[in-house]
Design a protein around this ligand. Structure first.
Ligand code: SF4
Ligand code: SF4
Length: 354
């Protein structure tokens, strides 16, 4: 209640958060408003449409909550959204063993390679923001920090709050950074006024279509609703569980983790280039050594088995003598059924046999 009457001081606090934490854009929006109700009914229609059948299980299961933030967080009065450029995420403790781009290497997306997991870093920044907000308001705040971890329709909410705009690549575009950002949100019990940092008003997606033309998987349509998640290399490499089909393995190309071609081709994006790593290290080192190396990075979420599955797909795509020899070695050394089955399937496909 108090903050609603101290708007300009609150706006100053929000601007200062950008300086303290490195956010390129910040926004707040009250939840119980007409425009949020309109968004909620639009999301309800979206989540009941045909498209959702192709989405991952965890999104399907939480579709109702994603459509209606007010019912999902009945105590929530406001939403704060922040956009942090990936280039501001600090380096990880350990470096991955890099390699020349050769027959035994695979790519890690630039936003993730040798970087602290942005979930960890954003969580730290948002906790600091909450402390300062609590001090400013003089109130105890009930809050939930969400960084892909709660059922929130982050992109539509970022667009309606003025944090950024949804681009053709279906990512949020922010001022000066294009789609090279990660989003962190706070649902809070504080009543806050609507605010967005001034630069966020006119963020263009110029419809230049560089993202669509550069996507190797053909996952991007002309409108962002046409995005084909089940073709996207990022989804296949990071989120898809179990055995990949032959077509999915082919779609991975050289990517072991993520793909940031469409985000880095967006004109204002400032994402580091992908890093090639040594697949012999990934496939033949002990699980303990790999776990230690990736522990604080986004790769830990995907886990060793899926990273190795992807590495095998990359080796298959290389179709070389060296890559086939490494796949054969994996059958003898790895004890995961999924990985053995993956190696057998690949070696049985006649087009990669020597
Ligand atoms: S992440 Fe890669 S595969 Fe997915 S849409 Fe972007 S360019 Fe295409
Ligand atoms: S690359 Fe062009 S079309 Fe694609 S999201 Fe960026 S500005 Fe929009």
């Amino acid at each position: 209640m108090g903050i609603i009457n101290q708007k300009s001081a609150f706006y100053e606090l929000m601007e200062k958060e950008c300086e303290i934490s490195g956010f390129t854009s910040i926004a707040s929006i009250p939840l119980d408003t007409k425009k949020m109700k309109v968004l909620s009914s639009e999301l309800n229609v979206f989540f009941q449409g045909n498209k959702i059948s192709k989405w991952p299980g965890y999104i399907k299961k939480t579709a109702a909550a994603r459509a209606d933030i007010i019912s999902a967080f009945p105590w929530g009065k406001s939403l704060i959204m922040t956009a942090l450029p990936f280039r501001m995420v600090p380096a990880s403790k350990n470096k991955l063993p890099e390699a020349e781009c050769d027959e035994l290497s695979g790519l890690i997306a630039g936003y993730a390679a040798n970087k602290t997991d942005y979930h960890i870093h954003l969580n730290f920044l948002l906790k600091g923001l909450l402390e300062r907000l609590s001090e400013f308001s003089g109130m105890e705040i009930r809050a939930e920090i969400c960084i892909d971890t709660k059922p929130l329709a982050e992109k539509p909410l970022a667009a309606i709050s003025g944090l950024g705009k949804i681009g053709m690549n279906s990512c949020i575009l922010c001022p000066d950074e294009g789609s090279g950002i990660c989003i962190g949100s706070i649902i809070s019990s504080l009543s806050l006024p609507e605010y967005h940092s001034s630069k966020a008003v006119d963020i263009p997606c110029s419809n230049c279509a560089k993202c669509r033309k550069s996507c190797p998987a053909g996952a991007i349509g002309e409108k962002n609703e046409a995005f084909e998640i089940d073709r996207c290399i990022s989804y296949l490499s990071m989120e898809k569980k179990g055995i990949l089909t032959a077509e999915e393995r082919k779609m991975l190309g050289e990517w072991i983790f993520g793909c940031d071609i469409c985000t880095s081709s967006c004109p204002d994006s400032n994402i580091p280039p992908p890093v090639a790593i040594d697949l012999q290290w990934l496939l033949l080192s002990s699980a303990k050594e790999i776990e230690k190396t990736i522990a604080d990075t986004p790769l830990a979420h995907t886990g060793i088995t899926r990273l190795r599955r992807n590495a095998m797909a990359v080796l298959a795509n290389k179709k070389s003598e060296q890559s086939t020899a490494l796949l054969e070695k994996c059958i003898l050394t790895l004890n995961s059924d999924l990985l053995k089955e993956t190696a057998y399937q690949i070696l049985n496909e006649k087009d990669i046999k020597l």
